[in-house]
Design a binder for this molecule. Structure first.
Ligand code: F6P
Length: 357
């Protein structure tokens, strides 16, 4: 059997652990397993950049961060766009056929899984594996990388807390999550942040200031606000996509946390700082839970391949790993439930979500 494998989109912890589990499981059952590793995601498949790999290449990578194959972003919406006469879909199909692959495993998030589904519909034997620190893939309770990112973000917030306390300051700490706020919500709760700002719950700067002033009156000396990268105000939430893009562009590269801090400085009497956790959230060794989940997903992915059950991806439902058709996840995002158990639980502790309730 000849297996093609690629890692696509923003990297995360446990990509290597997932590939290891997939390859080791296949190796147990299949004689003469041949492996083609495509370099830098879909680009490798498009341009025929790959390396022939052996099972040994995957044996010792359980703890390794990043991806041994490299990754890149190839947005789904551009997949069918012919650029400079280059037909990406036709090129990928040709490489797959020329290499006589039996199947292709795509480790990716939302967009990459959408492309994986497209290739399956184009006749290739494709399976997906659900990665992303954002945990926003529809159809699965969990994507590998998420817990490692939470661990890093919550440690970061805790460390900010001690310096915030020493200096009696207010910190706006930016946490990854452009469209969804799962990391920020989980890390915010796990680190005891005073306020959590999510794309799913638009903030009201006056309500935020009022919350802080009341706490100050009650004697609180420092504040930590966990702010998702995609946090937006009540007014911004009412804008069209185009108008909102203009608002973001007007920040000239400065992220939302600076914007919020600037607004707050005018309303509350407190020394204010901004700190961005950034890409370290995707870096380094996966936590044990991610290694476990990556292994579960990888083994299930191998079963799909052995059963020739293509066009699917393993997902976590409750505590069970099952497989569902790629088409069921493709193009949908799993948002934070603004009235869900976690948000309500945090509110019951006195955590603010920056809005009036
Ligand atoms: O998709 C994961 C993610 O880390 C998001 O949380 C973040 O918005 C984005 O990727 C950052 O992308 P890039 O690495 O391309 O700057």
């Amino acid at each position: 059997m000849k297996l093609g494998i690629l890692t696509s989109g923003g990297d995360c912890q446990a990509l290597n652990a997932t590939m290891r589990a997939l390859v080791l499981t296949l190796d147990q059952k299949i004689k003469n397993l041949e492996i083609i590793g495509f370099l830098d995601g879909y680009k490798g498949l498009m341009y025929g950049q790959y390396k022939e790999m052996s099972v040994d290449d995957f044996k010792d990578i359980l703890n390794a961060g990043g991806t041994i194959l490299g990754s890149s972003r190839c947005p789904f919406k551009k997949m069918r766009v012919i650029e400079n006469g280059f037909d990406k879909v036709a090129a990928m199909k040709k490489i797959y056929k020329d290499l006589k692959l039996d199947c292709l495993a795509v480790l990716g998030g939302n967009g990459s899984l959408k492309s994986a589904n497209m290739l399956y519909e184009e006749g290739l034997n494709v399976i997906g594996l659900p990665k992303t620190i954002d945990n926003d893939t529809w159809g699965t309770d969990y994507t590998f990388g998420f817990q490692s990112a939470i661990d890093i973000a919550s440690t970061y917030l805790e460390q900010i807390k001690t310096t915030a306390a020493s200096h009696s300051r207010l910190f706006v700490v930016e946490i990854m999550g452009h469209k969804v706020g799962h990391i920020c919500l989980h890390a915010g709760i796990a680190s005891g942040a005073d306020m959590i700002l999510l794309p799913e719950i638009p903030y009201d700067i006056k309500a935020m200031a009022e919350f802080i002033r009341k706490k100050q009156e009650a004697g609180q000396k420092y504040f930590v606000i966990a702010c998702a990268e995609g946090a937006l105000s009540v007014d911004e939430a009412m804008l069209s996509k185009k108008q909102y893009k203009r608002v973001v562009a007007a920040r000239e590269g400065k992220s939302v946390a600076f914007d919020i801090a600037d607004q707050l400085k005018k309303l509350v009497d407190m020394e204010t700082r901004v700190s961005c956790c950034g890409h370290v959230q995707r870096g380094g060794t996966p936590c044990a839970y991610d290694k476990l989940m990556a292994t579960r997903f990888g083994v299930e992915g191998a079963k799909l391949i052995m059963n020739k059950d293509f066009g699917k991806l393993p997902v976590l439902r409750g505590n069970e790993v099952i497989s569902i058709p790629l088409i069921e996840t493709a193009g949908f995002l799993k948002y934070v439930d603004a009235h869900g158990e976690l948000v309500e639980m945090a509110r019951s502790l006195g955590v603010s979500f920056g809005n009036k309730i």
